[in-house]
Design a protein around this ligand. Sequence first.
Ligand code: PMP
Length: 292
Amino acid sequence: MMSRIAYVNGRYVPHFEASVHVEDRGFQFADGVYEVVAVYKGQLIDEQGHLDRLERSLDELRIAMPLARAALAQILRRMVRLNLVREGLVYFQVTRGVAPRDFPFPFAAAPTLVITARNKKFPGRDVKAVTVITTPDQRWARRDIKTVALLPATLAKQKAKEAGAFEAWQVDADGYVTEGASSNAWIVTKDNVIVTRQADHNILRGITRMAIIEFAKENGFKFEERAFSVEEAQNAREAFVSSASTFVMPVWKIDNVAISNGEIGPVGKTLRDAYFDAMDQLANDARTRSTD
Ligand code: PMP
């Protein structure tokens, strides 16, 4: 068994003893942001999109980038190599740093940067559909910022787990689905229109979501960005969720209402295949480059 390595503020340390200070503002106030990037065939997927979003989240909270973007990208690669990740996830988190506990921003704290990487087998191209439950969206008003304040997501995920469901779809006060606890939510209407909620302050702008919108356009699908109700979803032709670790994951049951027989639908299948094709292409290009 190889020993895992974590990155903490410039040092590569054994995972079991990697730690941050008790007065880190990430620990005290959830004053930090994070990203999760999939690794597939040893390649970071949608890396630029995730780095763009990290910069945006930090900007919104007025936390400095802990190091230059190119340096961070290099460290992410090194973490993939050191942890022998072929298929899995890289997690990175930036907080406002360590300072005596007081709400306003500290005068001179350096941001904390923590990175972990691990192997995780993803479901392949051929996947069975999953089930979702719905739950009231209890989050704050800036869900577009990817903060580590994940208590509402934790409660929603626990509720899903106890119900035997894969994901919880969060529902706003008007009965419209915002997004999953850790994924974006999609439906395909009976007229074959792909629908996902518009990316404003009410949802996280998923990086996978952006890729899927491109694949939908390339495949000539009709696409609309708008809110949909739980009832509309329960009457949809198809439904799916998207995230860096699930890509396109078909949904067949929403709060015990079945919308299919548990197989992936044709639109979901086309989009999931497009995602895997793009990832395979990226891995092939990387192999070609390294043997040039
Ligand atoms: N919404 C929420 C609330 C999430 O936590 C995630 C996962 N990071 C997503 C959507 C999907 O985003 P991405 O495709 O960038 O993983």
